[in-house]
Design a protein around this ligand. Sequence first.
Ligand code: G3H
Ligand code: 13P
Ligand code: ZN
Length: 314
Amino acid sequence: MKYSDFGLVNTHEMFADALRGRYAIPAFNFYNMETLNAILAAARKTHSPVILAVSESALKYMETDMLLGLITGACISPREQIALHLDHGHSLDACIHAIDNGFSSVMIDASSLPFDENVKLSRAVAKYAHKHNVSVEAELGILSGIEDENTQSENSSYTRPDDAVEFIRKTGVDSLAIAIGTSHGAYKRKSDDESLRFDILKQIAKQLPDFPLVLHGASTIPTKYVDIINQCGGKIRGARGIDIAQLKRAAKTNICKINIDSDLRLAFTAGVRESLKQNPNAFNPRDYLSSAMKNMTDVCIDEITHIMGSKNKI
Ligand code: G3H
Ligand code: 13P
Ligand code: ZN
C-alpha cells in the first residue's frame, strides 16, 4: 500500500515551508482511534500540518491492519498535509515494514550505536525509503530519560556539530534529531534552571543552514493536567517538562519538527480520571473517553498555536 493512497504526504514540503517560515511541525503520538481522532480534530481546527507518530510499540499494540483501517477511516486529504511517521524505528526491518505498509516517513533511531554503525544503518534505511519517496529521520546524540523504552541511557550526550555534518553527508537522511537537553517522559528536569543548549543548536544550524532538525522529548508537562490527575486519585510527583518559552524559541530556528507524546498522555489520563471521579456511577467508556479526547485535542491546539507556530500554515 502506498501512502498517497491514504491521502498522506511525506515531510519534504512541510519541512521546507517550516524552515522558510521559521516554525515547527508538531509530531503527536497516537495509539488507538481516540488518540488519532483527537489529533486530527486539532489539525483540522487549526489548519496546521501534522505528523502522526507511531512508535514501534504503538504499532505492535494496534497491529498494522487495524492502524491502516483507522487511517483509511480518517479520510485524510493530501491538502491537509498529514504525514504518517514511524517514531523510533530501531531496525531496517521495522522501517521497511512501515514503508511497505503506507507510512510516508520513518525514523531510524540508531543513536545508541557507535557513530559508524549509526551511519551504516541510517544510510541503508535512507536508500530503501528514498526509492519509495518516503522521508527519513535519524538521530545523533543521546537523550536521557527514565521512563521510556526508546531511551537507553540515564545520561544524555549532546550532539557534536562536526559529527552532525559528517553524518548528514554520509547517510543522505532528510532530517536529524539532535540532543540539546530534552529527554523523553514526564521527569525531564530537576529544577527550572536547567536550560536547552541553544549554543549547540546554533553551531549545528550554522554548519547545516538549510537542513531540518528535530527535537524529541519536548513535552512541557502541563501542571494543569498533572494536578487533575493527582486530585483524582493519581500519583505523579516531581514531573517537570521543557520550558515553554525555550520551546517557542527553538521552533523559530532550524528545528522543523517537535515531538510531543507525554503531554497528550497526561491530558488523556486527566480526562479519564476526572470524568470517573465526577461520575462514580458511570461505566460507559464512551463518556470518559470523550472527556479524554477533548483534553487531548485542547493540548494539541494549544501547542500548535502557542509553541509550534504552525497554525494556518497549510
Ligand atoms: O519517544 C517515544 C514516544 O513517547 C513513544 O513511546 O514507545 O511508549 O509508545 P512508546
Ligand atoms: P515526550 O515524552 O517529551 O512527549 O517526547 C515524545 C517523543 O520524543 C516521541 O518520539
Ligand atoms: Zn522520541
